[in-house]
Design a protein around this ligand. Sequence first.
Ligand SMILES: *Cc1c(COP(=O)(O)O)cnc(C)c1O
Length: 302
Amino acid sequence: MTDIRASRGLRPVINVSGTMTALGASIVVPEAVAAMTAILPQFVEINDLHKLASPVIARLTGGEAGFVTASCSAGITLAVAAAMTGNDLAAIERLPDATGLKDEVIIQTGHVVSYGAPVDQGIRLAGAKAVLIGQATSCYPYHLDGAINERTAAAVFVVSHHTVQYGLIALKQFAEVCHARGVPVIVDAASEYDFKIFLEQGADIALYSSHKFLGGPTGGIVAGKKQLVRDAFLQNRGIGRGMKIGKESILGTIAALEAWEKRDHIGTRERETGLSPPMEADTDRQTGCHCRDRSGSDAQPP
Ligand SMILES: *Cc1c(COP(=O)(O)O)cnc(C)c1O
């Protein structure tokens, strides 16, 4: 097969650093490529495609429902917007004007990182204010509890090797404090392997990138509680329009999720770790997540 990169004068890349946007994210699995190629030349009712995606996402994440959007970054904005507007269509069309809505979103200071863009900008894009709690390396449940008030719409928790890995509130406790005060928890788990653990640990919404470990097309997966997922989906009638996902990426993500279920994950990891020089295992204390050698980071030096 001729390499399309060579014919367009693009340099080939041997990627030993991870699933990064700057390097073309991931290599899309053949099942997704086939599904995308098959649907691209066809008209299809897009909401029927979304309906197909929901049970597949639910099955893999343990959530009640799910949908596919443009990116995980878009997912942050849509989930925050959902927590602000509920299913109020007029409010959805009014965003990012948040007049009269709950507009504060709590996040631990040690989670306000850049994955190529600032995490808090994804919150602000919805018209919300990011309320930073604690210090970069120190945050306690009293910081969280003390920040919750009648304007609090949601709390965002970021799972990433970019975040400070010590001294912060772990997800389970974070969710307990939020839920005791009726605040939904949105987890950005963009580049994590484990599609179930964050909802299990109390997230109301968990967000993943389709184009990282999943090996899907560019996209974001929103999974979790039915009501919140639905309200996030409704944002497609508002600020979500610019974050639109196409038919090929919805079907490509479905195919990638189905392929993920059948993949030999242990074999893949053994092959990858066998190829890389020995590194010290870095198990995330807060989530038990193993985020070692494939970073998923989009952060680039200027
Ligand atoms: C990659 C990443 C994102 C952005 O995901 P996209 O799907 O590329 O928008 C957000 N958060 C974290 C922690 C990431 O690693």
